[in-house]
Design a protein around this ligand. Structure first.
Ligand SMILES: NC(=O)c1ccc[n+]([C@@H]2O[C@H](COP(=O)([O-])OP(=O)(O)OC[C@H]3O[C@@H](n4cnc5c(N)ncnc54)[C@H](OP(=O)(O)O)[C@@H]3O)[C@@H](O)[C@H]2O)c1
Length: 248
């Protein structure tokens, strides 16, 4: 029988249709949680993820986290089915990499709006329900938010901002029993990192002490722990999952 660490918990995962989000959805479901996950454009990928999940009660909804209206509609849909939520994983995110001198304001805005403002919108929209159930919020940031990276000023700012946002909300909601933490992945094999050239990947790997690219499940295991009651005394923390790429 699978590990039932999350038995009885209802957890929302944004961007669960592929990549790290899909690994998180699977890991949480395998640990006994019921998972509601979102996709923004690729419904077929969401359907494929849902099909292989163990357990019952999982479903997916469309949500564009850069749109306040879409976040509200999707949260309404989820809350209509589930008046109780025990965990939220703000995972959906994008990159639009280019050097500062070439970066258009819209490239900056869209990354901030999706990654940082999207995390704010989802967390705020669900906040009252989260307080009722002493829920755990896990926000997916990035090692890039800790180190900065040439060509990713917009992305780095969005992820560093997410850490500061998470600490602030952790302080605000602690007295209501809500915990807010971050997981900061390093270099994980997904479509987001597939776009890097072989040369770029080789250079990154040379800096990873554990000498390998991470997998979605490495991130998912950290999320599972932070969603579970095993981490009941941890809030405002950022857990790095980066093979030692950055040690803080
Ligand atoms: N891969 C890495 O090495 C790495 C490292 C550090 C941090 N991260 C972070 O980990 C998270 C997941 O990354 P990933 O590599 O798995 O990315 P990915 O493979 O590109 O998947 C991104 C996910 O986000 C969803 N999404 C994109 N734009 C959205 C929007 N406007 N509204 C709602 N959902 C949206 C996508 O949904 P659709 O499929 O429907 O488009 C997809 O499910 C991101 O926050 C990323 O910044 C990744």
């Amino acid at each position: 029988m699978a590990n039932q660490l999350l038995q009885g918990k209802k957890v929302i995962v944004t961007g669960g249709s592929r990549g790290i989000g899909a690994s998180i959805v699977r890991e949480l479901a395998e640990a006994g949680a019921q998972v509601a996950f979102t996709y923004s454009s690729r419904e077929e990928s969401a359907a494929a993820v849902a099909q292989g999940l163990p357990g019952e009660g999982h479903f997916y909804v469309k949500m564009d986290i850069s749109s306040e209206e879409s976040v509200q509609q999707a949260c309404d849909q989820i809350l209509a089915k589930w008046p109780e939520i025990h965990g939220v994983v703000n995972n959906a995110g994008i990159t639009k990499d280019t050097l500062l001198l070439r970066m258009k304001a819209e490239d900056f805005d869209s990354v901030i709006n999706t990654n940082l403002r999207g995390t704010f919108l989802v967390t705020k929209t669900l906040a009252r329900t989260l307080m009722k159930n002493k829920a755990s919020v896990v926000n997916i940031t990035s090692v890039i938010g800790q180190t900065g990276n040439p060509g990713q000023a917009n992305y780095a700012a969005s992820k560093a901002g997410t850490v500061a946002f998470s600490k602030s909300v952790a302080m605000e909601l602690a007295s209501r029993g809500v915990r807010v933490n971050c997981v900061a992945p390093g270099f994980i094999a997904t479509e987001m990192t597939e776009i890097l050239s072989e040369d770029q990947k080789k250079k990154i790997l040379e800096k990873v002490p554990l000498g390998q690219i991470g997998e979605g499940r490495d991130v998912a295991n950290a999320v599972k722990f932070l969603i579970s009651d095993e981490s009941r005394y941890i809030t405002g923390h950022t857990l790095s999952v980066n093979g030692g790429l950055f040690m803080d």
